[in-house]
Design a protein around this ligand. Structure first.
Ligand code: NAD
Length: 319
């Protein structure tokens, strides 16, 4: 059977080659969105960062400037790159402005299925046919979001790890209809930005890393909840055994305890098993307004104690 001739719309809808992914839109300027947008801009992409909140955009700009300074101090970027990066990074409260010409949109809003579906439905309306739509969700499979669009072959999960510039790693997981071309294109795009792209071969809530991290996190919370050991001793045990700069509680503080709870809630809703419900100690912290680093209090108060600072266990930290 002969194929029908390719229409203009078919041409526009063709998957992009990695080098063609030049215009990036990041939706959600919170903790992760600001880092992802910065990373793309640092690697030469023209980036629009969108958030409904002007305050969130202002905070993101501050965080991005600080992250750039950190990178200059660490010797991974220089002053010239810093200026050029900021020039490529624009911010707006209008989704239409941010997404209208995007080759790829990376959605990084709160971990809430209905919210993400609403954002994808709006993107479907705004974006050109070729635009690839991805979500940075930590626990929601894109197959639960894809039906909000008419382009399920061009949607996938792209799960970044924070801090993005120190952990150059991203997990890619397709939905029920993601095409091989889309996956290859996004893999190439990520690799062109210095990221190790891990392909999750079948849909799995929590990808690879979060499944491992979830076990560590839940066991640490259980040990605390049952009075087996203190926050500090659990963290120090982990740090020494794993030769790590950070323990599970400090890591949860950095992620945000509300974000950790929302992710646990997704696992719970999926399994219905009461053992998967967000742990009590997390709910208590959240209801007291202690969300971790971002509010100044979580399992620790911030600034952090000296022994939690990078390098301390190796003897180079401040005592
Ligand atoms: N925090 C982490 O370490 C981490 C790591 C990997 C993945 N994630 C995932 O990334 C996503 C965001 O997490 P975060 O920690 O950056 O959250 P965050 O709360 O810091 O940021 C979310 C941002 O989304 C904005 N927002 C809400 N609704 C919006 C809408 N309709 N349109 C535009 N912006 C909107 C909010 O104003 C906020 O600035 C979640 O899906 C989370 O699971 C988080």
């Amino acid at each position: 059977m002969r194929r029908a001739p390719e229409t203009r719309r078919d041409k526009l809808a063709r998957p992009l080659m990695p080098q063609s992914i030049q215009k990036v839109c990041v939706v959600g300027a919170g903790f992760m969105g600001s880092q992802i947008a910065l990373h793309c801009a640092l690697h030469g992409r023209a980036v629009w960062l969108h958030d409904l909140s002007a305050e969130a955009l202002a905070r993101a700009e501050e965080q991005q400037r600080q992250l750039l300074i950190d990178q200059v101090v660490a010797g991974v970027a220089d002053e010239a790159e810093t200026a050029a990066t900021l020039g490529r990074l624009r911010r707006t409260t209008s989704l239409a402005e941010a997404a209208a010409e995007a080759d790829i949109v990376i959605e990084v809003v709160k971990e809430d299925l209905e919210l993400k579906r609403t954002v994808f439905a709006e993107l479907e309306r705004i974006c050109p046919p070729h635009t690839i739509l991805t979500t940075n969700s930590s626990s929601l499979r894109v197959s639960r979001i894809e039906s909000a669009t008419t382009r399920p072959d061009k949607v996938l999960n792209t799960h970044f790890v924070q801090p993005v510039w120190k952990h150059p790693f991203v997990e890619l997981m397709g939905g029920s209809q993601t095409s091989t071309e889309t996956m290859d294109s996004v893999k190439g795009f990520m690799e062109s930005m210095g990221l190790l792209a891990v392909l999750v071969r079948k849909e799995n809530t929590g990808f690879v890393f979060n499944c491992i991290w979830r076990a560590v996190k839940r066991e640490s919370l259980r040990l605390l909840d049952q009075g087996v050991a203190s926050v500090e001793d659990i963290d120090r045990t982990w740090m020494i055994q794993m030769e790590s700069d950070m323990g599970p509680f400090a890591m949860m503080d950095r992620i945000g305890l509300d974000v950790v709870r929302d992710i646990e809630q997704v696992y719970y809703e999926e399994s219905g098993d009461p053992r998967d419900a967000p742990p009590r100690v997390l709910e208590e912290k959240i209801s007291s307004g202690d969300l971790g680093v971002k509010t100044g209090h979580g399992f620790y108060s911030y600034p952090q104690p000296a022994w939690l600072k990078p390098g301390f266990l190796k003897g180079s930290g401040e005592r």
